[in-house]
Design a protein around this ligand. Structure first.
Ligand code: ATP
Length: 439
């Protein structure tokens, strides 16, 4: 875990927010490589959910919404609170369900009786800070989807069953944010709400559970690090009829990375009741009018980024080629799916003191850069440059040498197999496109 945290900082994946002021409220920033990785995760999710599936459309709704929504959804009442306990000795606060014994996990002091603590992040809209101006940063992106249920049905002429997908920031005033970026107060969700006939909810619940697991496997998450766990009735969220957690085996144990929920008609019926608007669906084929049931798939982009880093970070003693001087020396390879790799191609001139080689390399770099995230490096031996790229998961490295100047071919090296072969510069773009295509 400490290795992943220091690697994330050292190589520009994740930085502590407001670091020069000592950090802030368990928030994190994504560095140059982190933002590429997170974008690739979101892009792959979007592709999977809106392009490779039938009848799912996208949405981007506002973070700030009417506080009435949170009243109707149950988030402001008892539904969205955790039980908080405080240590009588060191005064640290903890979420009751996240501690193992009835003593303080830090100093073993006695704990107070649990108190309910609401997780919504409060703010004010407009110049006057009074009760009438209070609203909340959204705690889940899906409420924006329910708000637009009618708009989307009407504007896109959709017929049930269909889905609406959205990615975006969500905020929760977590009591015990911890485990690096696993639990933070500001995070990004990737949610899809599937609207279906109530009689088909169970069928689609099973369908989406399977489909979501397949997406992780397709992206190369190791099977042995993935499992599902049925949420017990007593632990279900206030809106859920049934829930399955998709869990990943982090260095600190099995933890949820995505939830698949059967939300029944909780959301649409409650919003109908509170807003006075009819949110039922007229099903012409069945000749019925009803509140569709909702199957939700809800994943956290930051948590997934963390899981992908943990899953692909490898340290090999003595190096993969065993050519290093000391067996104790570690070679690090981020064996991440190439579709997710932050950098797709690194371009190296064999030597940097030859202007022709350098110019040719920059020409190749400029050819690739608009199409793939690329990187130019001319410092250190070729072996060192390969290793620097392997460490951050760069998919391919390209070396420009004296032969290139004669026949316009470059050496392309695959991060995983370390195989090298020569290829014509004119074929580079199509080869990389082919190799980096998502299945
Ligand atoms: P937990 O039990 O871990 O608090 P939850 O069951 O409340 O999570 P959901 O409301 O189902 O989580 O949210 C769906 C997904 O959003 C989670 O699986 C997770 O990936 C992500 N998520 C939720 N809370 C956080 C958080 N505080 N930080 C990072 N990601 C989060």
């Amino acid at each position: 875990m400490n290795k992943i945290i220091s690697f994330s900082k050292r190589r520009g994946f994740v930085f502590l927010s407001s670091e020069i002021y000592g950090g802030f409220g368990s928030c994190y920033d994504f560095g140059p490589l982190g933002v590429e990785l997170k974008n690739n995760i979101k892009k792959s999710w979007w592709q999977e959910m809106t392009r490779l599936k039938d009848n799912i459309v996208g949405l981007d709704s506002a973070i700030l919404m009417s506080p009435k929504i949170w009243q109707a959804s149950g988030h402001l009442t008892s539904g969205f609170s955790d039980e908080l306990v405080e240590c009588k000795k060191c005064h640290k606060r903890f979420r009751l369900d996240l501690i193992e014994k009835d003593k303080c996990p830090e100093c073993s002091g006695n704990l107070t009786e649990p108190k309910k603590f609401n997780l919504m992040m409060k703010t004010y809209v407009g110049p006057v800070e009074n009760e009438a101006a209070v609203t909340y940063l959204r705690a889940e992106t899906c409420q924006g989807i329910y708000m637009n249920f009618k708009n989307v049905v009407d504007s896109m002429r959709l017929k049930i069953p269909f889905g609406i997908a959205q990615t975006g920031k969500a905020f929760r005033n977590e009591i015990t944010p911890k485990d690096f970026i696993y639990r933070t107060r500001e995070f990004e969700q990737m949610e899809m709400q599937w609207f279906c006939h109530p009689n088909e909810a169970d069928k689609y619940f099973d369908y989406w559970k399977k489909e979501r697991i397949n997406w992780y496997l397709k992206l190369g998450i190791r099977k042995e690090n993935l499992r599902t766990s049925e949420v017990l009735k007593k632990d279900l969220a206030h809106y859920a009829k049934r829930a399955v957690d998709i869990e990943y085996k982090f260095p600190f144990g099995w933890r949820e990375i995505e939830g698949v929920h059967n939300r029944g008609d909780w959301d649409l019926s409650n919003h109908s009741k509170h807003s006075g608007q009819d949110l039922t669906y007229r099903d012409e084929e069945r000749d019925e009018k009803y509140f569709p049931n909702i199957i939700e798939t809800s994943a956290g982009a930051d948590r997934l980024l963390f899981a992908f880093l943990c899953d692909s970070y490898l340290e090999i003693k003595g190096g993969r080629t065993k050519t290093t001087k000391s067996i104790k020396e570690l070679e690090t390879v981020l064996k991440i799916n190439k579709v997710l790799a932050p950098i797709k191609a690194a371009v190296f001139p064999l030597v940097r003191n030859n202007s022709e080689l350098v110019e040719k390399s920059k020409e190749v770099y400029r050819l690739l850069r608009p199409r793939f995230v690329s990187y130019y490096d001319e410092t250190g031996s070729i072996g060192k440059r390969y290793r620097r790229q392997d460490e951050i998961g760069t998919a391919f490295s390209l070396t420009i040498d004296f032969e290139t100047l004669k026949d316009n071919t470059v050496t392309i090296r695959d991060r995983d197999t370390m195989d090298q072969k020569r290829i014509k510069i004119e074929d580079l773009v199509s080869l990389l496109e082919e190799k980096l295509k998502e299945s």
